[in-house]
Every structure is written in C-alpha cells, then in structure tokens.
Design a protein around this ligand. Structure first.
Ligand SMILES: [Zn+2]
Length: 282
C-alpha cells in the first residue's frame, strides 16, 4: 500500500501551459498577413494526433501502430483522435520507462475541455509484462507470447490501447476534480506516513471523500480503465485465434482475484458483441 501511495504521488505532475497571447490589433497588418495568421491560429487550435518519434524508434513504432490499427476498435479510436476538433494527442517514445508507458501533460481549455495529452511509450514497450494485480489484461498475454502465439508487437499495441483508455477516461474527468486530486494526494500521503498508516484517520477519511477515494483507489480505478480498453482491443485482435477463450479466461481469473470491485467494466466488454461473447465469462 505504501509504495503504491508513493508511486501514485509521483504520477501526478502538472505542466503549466503558457497561454497564447491574443493580438487584437490587426490594423497594421496587410490583408494577406492577417489571412496567414488566421490560418495559423486555426491550425494551432485544431486537434489531432502528433507523433513525435525519434528516428531510432520509427521502425518499431510503425509496427506497433500497425498492430493497433489492425483492429476495428483500434482504427475507430485512432480516427476519433486524429480528427478531434480540440484535443491534441501527442505520442512519443520515452527511454526512461523502457518497457512501460505513461499518459500525462494534460491541458484543458477555459470551457473545461481537454485539449492536450501526451502518451509516452517505452522504447521497449514490446517487452515486459506488468503484474496481474493491477494489469490483468496485459499480464495475461505473457504465456501466449512465450508459446509464440502472439508477438511483442501485440503486447506493445495492447499498451497503446491501455494508454488510449487513460486519455478517454481523463477526457471525461472534470478538470477541477483532477486538480483537486493533484493537490490533495500529497497531503493525504503526508498524513498517512505520519499517523502510523491509519487510513481510518478522520482527516484521511475526509480527504478521500473530497477527492473521490484514497490515492490507491483513485490510481487503481484509472489503471483498470486502461486495462478495460486494452481488453477491448484484444477482443478484436484475437477474435479469430483458437486461444481467445483461454486468454480471456486468464484475464477473468485475475480480475476476480484482484479487481473484484471493478469486475463489471470487464464483464461488460466480455458480454458485448464479439468473439469472447461465446467464451464463458460468467
Ligand atoms: Zn496505466
């Protein structure tokens, strides 16, 4: 619990956004220059996906992306962000989290709409299986790769889907709540570390109520939303594979063991139309 609280605290980083300064006085500009400026402003305001991939990683990234886009759900989600009217989704490769992936650098506009997010994929995202406790979907792939039934590219594409799940969830989270959590989590952790790890401390109970759960609950809820989207991707990806019920059986067992309180979101995907509908999720 303790390491989770500390880890969670480190996940919250706020990147201040320098506000573009509007210039109203156009009288000195020629009509042509004004038109060019307007075109620039329009393109700057529009959303879309910006892929900032270092040359060293372009080849492997192209393979991961191709794998993600080989599914209907992957294409639909990619298209949604590629043509998004406001949100700029940046995808980049991080070397300091080589087998992981992370999403952050969120920005909102004055109407409270999410306008920026960055997904940083580890440079070796096609390797490494996180624990089944918080990652029941990604973890379930491991035996299938070791038996050469899936490739590392499928794992990397599943990590992309997990991160897309984070973006979708945060887009539906009110900005004030997110900032409240950023503000209160360190305070919660500070009290938690000094009160003998007593989560029933009235101060902690009050903080948890304010921010919608204790830091671990907030964190695991987010991770399980990422995993639910990863499962949605795999539902399409392995639909035609003989082992698909075995894979989803493994996910089901991990969810039942570690994520009981969140089972519904996984069960919904299993029960929705698709190949795993015929596997016995229940
Ligand atoms: Zn995650």
């Amino acid at each position: 619990m303790l390491w989770l609280l500390l880890l969670f605290a480190s996940l919250f980083t706020v990147v201040p956004s320098p506000r573009a300064e509007g210039r109203r006085n156009t009288t000195a500009l020629t009509a042509k220059a004004a038109a060019a400026r307007d075109r620039y402003a329009a393109s700057a305001a529009a959303g879309g996906i910006r892929e900032t991939i270092d040359g060293r990683y372009k080849k492997r990234y192209a393979e991961w992306k191709e794998e993600f886009l080989s599914t209907e759900i992957g294409r639909a989600q990619w298209d949604m962000y590629a043509h998004h009217p406001r949100l700029v989704l940046t995808i980049t490769i991080a070397e300091n989290n080589s087998q992981g992936a992370a999403t952050g650098k969120y920005k909102w506009n004055e109407s409270g709409e999410l306008i920026a997010a960055t997904i940083a994929l580890g440079s070796q995202a096609d390797q490494g299986y996180p624990s089944s406790v918080y990652y029941p979907v990604m973890n379930a792939l491991e035996p299938f790769e070791s038996r050469h039934l899936i490739s590392g590219n499928v794992l990397a594409a599943t990590k992309i889907a997990h991160e897309f799940g984070h973006v979708m969830k945060i887009a539906g989270t009110p900005e004030p709540l997110y900032h409240l959590q950023v503000q209160l989590v360190p305070l919660y952790n500070k009290i938690f570390l000094s009160n003998g790890y007593n989560v029933n401390d009235p101060r902690l109970v009050e903080l948890a109520q304010k921010m919608g759960g204790n830091p671990v609950e907030i964190w695991e809820d987010r991770e399980y939303w990422g995993e639910a989207n990863a499962m949605l991707f795999l539902r399409d990806r392995v639909a035609k594979e003989k082992f698909h019920c075995r894979l989803f059986g493994k996910i089901k067992r991990a969810v039942e063991e570690y994520a009981r309180n969140y089972e519904e979101r996984f069960a919904e995907i299993a029960k929705s139309q698709g190949a795993i509908y015929s596997c016995s999720w229940r």
